[in-house]
Design a binder for this molecule. Structure first.
Ligand SMILES: [Ca+2]
Ligand SMILES: [Ca+2]
Ligand SMILES: [Ca+2]
Ligand SMILES: [Ca+2]
Length: 561
């Protein structure tokens, strides 16, 4: 009965997809008097040689409340049953499987075909029928024979042809059966969804600005039905409830710092759902926090270091030694400042956020010793013996301040003006951080005053002897003459012409041109030089002499007429 019906099977010339899902509305079969019904799957070999180069498997039967029953009929290269998987190979010219079933509201199954092409003009074919209790196909609108699904097994690939039942032709018994054309989806492959992150995280997987996630889904397999929607959600730092976005792309932005795990998947128009994928976004928009010490308000003789610490609560420090470091001042030698700034240091986190430590200002660094200014005694000056001269000097420091400022005597106290000779006055200074000023010395002289015991305005007669009598005095005109002090005549010049004249002592009282000490000329004595004016023309003269350790020469004036 069944075999006879199949003699009229005609298979259409259409290429085949590899796998497709079939759904048939079988509700019209429920309770119909033409029961029992049979499912029939068949292949034909187009080569006529039974070459066995194509195999069709049918599986995943779902009777939706119905069931298979009875034993399958197998013909040709066929194995299996409705409870498992049916395999049909074109090892005969005609190969078919049939088995009775009790219909439910619908019938679903999956067909997988190979797609080898026979060499001849007639390709291999596959068809699906539903037979009634007489083994006749339920009439359909297909051309030539009453199949619900037909396809050719060629190498080109393609889609099955589907047909509804023919409402004008009844089955072997009862009224015409109304079955819509089966729905066929050749798509059993879920979409593939890729997440693109903008901007791209750095090499460590961290981002430091908001991350936009663009989900792009594709369903490009052979016979793919296309992406219907993308579903995504997020947990962790940023929570996003499940979002369903129609179409093949979706975009959203992660702004919360920390780790957010997104979950996403695509669904194709055949209802295939991609296995959910996850991706974790690590977002850190906050630069490290830095803590540096403050200036201690004290003066320092050398550069100051300020200790700093840094930490980063999200991605962590890029350079672990930045946990603890120090900044230093660089004050030039020989200078002092109460507002020295330290260096700076950049601290970055793993995500690339950076903060700058320092500069820390207000550090007090003193590398300059005090300045010394001596106004008295004045450098190179000469003072009279026992002259009252007070020292005057100051020390100043622009930094830590003067700690010591010590002169030969304290400022305001009398300096040494006795005995006569070369002297020096020295000041030493230090500041409060120990900078030492090189000792500063001022040289000065102490000299005698000369008290005249003759009248320099009274001219002597040319050729006579003039007794030049003097006392060596101090600043107070007190006699400081002494027999131990040698007073020595050096030279004689005429004042008006500056011409040198011969020094001539009268008699033997002044050997070697030394003045003669005379204890009767004052309280401690005096000196006399008996100068011959022989050969001196009329005019004014100056006799220059030295006295003991006195570094300054002295001059005596006299007149010749
Ligand atoms: Ca074949
Ligand atoms: Ca798909
Ligand atoms: Ca950070
Ligand atoms: Ca100083």
């Amino acid at each position: 009965m069944v075999l006879a019906s199949l003699a009229s099977i005609f298979l259409p010339a259409r290429a085949a997809a590899l796998t497709f899902d079939v759904n048939v509305n079988t509700s019209a079969l429920v309770g119909h008097p033409a029961a029992p019904f049979y499912l029939l799957f068949a292949t034909t070999d187009g080569s006529g040689l039974s070459d066995g180069n194509n195999t069709v498997t049918v599986s995943n039967f779902n009777f939706s409340g119905g069931s298979a029953f009875g034993n399958p009929s197998l013909f040709g290269g066929v194995t299996g049953d409705l409870g498992t998987t049916i395999s049909i190979t074109d090892t005969g010219n005609l190969n078919f499987f049939s088995e009775a079933f009790s219909p439910g509201q619908s019938l679903a199954f999956t067909v997988t075909v190979t797609s080898n092409q026979d060499d001849g003009p007639i390709p291999d074919g596959f068809a699906f029928y539903i037979l009634d209790s007489f083994g006749r196909p339920i009439p359909t609108l297909s051309p030539g024979s009453d199949y619900f699904i037909g396809l050719t097994l060629t190498a080109n690939g393609g889609s099955p042809l589907v047909f509804a039942s023919d409402p004008s032709r009844p089955p072997s018994s009862g009224n015409p059966i109304l079955i819509p054309a089966p729905t066929v989806s050749s798509d059993t492959t879920p979409p593939i969804t890729i997440a693109a992150l903008t901007p791209t995280p750095n090499a460590t997987g961290w981002s430091n600005t908001n991350v936009t996630i663009t989900l792009n889904s594709t369903d490009n397999e052979l016979g793919g039905s296309g992406v219907q929607q993308i579903t995504y959600s997020a947990t962790g730092a940023q929570i996003i409830a499940s979002m369903v976005v129609p179409g093949a792309s979706a975009s959203f932005t992660i702004t919360a710092e920390g780790a957010t795990t997104i979950t996403f998947f695509g669904t194709d128009n055949a209802g295939n759902i991609e296995t959910a994928k996850t991706q974790t976004i690590q977002l850190d928009k906050t630069a490290p926090s830095i803590n540096c010490g403050a200036p201690d308000g004290l003066w320092h003789a050398s550069d100051v270091s300020i200790a700093c610490t840094a930490n980063d609560v999200l991605s962590g420090l890029a350079n672990p030694p930045d946990t603890s470091f120090s900044l230093s001042t660089s004050v030039p030698a020989g200078t002092e400042t109460s507002n020295a700034a330290t260096s700076t240091h950049s601290v970055c986190d793993v995500a690339g956020n950076c903060a700058t430590a320092g500069p820390v200002s207000g550090n007090m660094v003193d590398k300059r010793p005090p300045s010394i200014n001596v106004s008295s005694p004045a450098a190179g000056s000469s003072y009279l013996l026992n002259q009252a001269v007070n020292a005057s000097f100051t020390c100043t420091d622009g930094g830590s301040g003067v700690a010591t400022c010590v002169g030969t005597v304290t400022s305001g106290s009398p300096i040494s003006t006795a005995p006569v000779g070369g002297k020096s006055f020295t000041v030493n200074a230090t500041d409060n951080v120990g900078n030492v000023t090189p000792a500063q010395s001022v040289n000065y002289s102490v000299t005698y005053a000369v008290c005249l015991l003759y009248d320099p305005t009274r001219a002597v007669q040319n050729g006579s002897t003039i007794p030049l009598k003097i006392q060596l005095c101090d600043a107070n005109k007190a006699d400081a003459s002494s027999s131990n002090t040698v007073v020595h005549a050096l030279s004689l010049v005429q004042t008006s012409t500056n011409a040198s004249e011969a020094l001539q002592a009268s008699g033997n009282a002044n050997p070697d041109n030394d003045f003669r000490f005379d204890p009767t000329l004052g309280p401690t004595g005096g000196y006399i030089f008996n100068l011959s004016t022989q050969g001196l023309t009329t005019g004014s003269y100056q006799l220059t002499f030295t006295a003991g350790a006195d570094p300054m020469p002295h001059v005596l004036n006299f007149q010749v007429r």
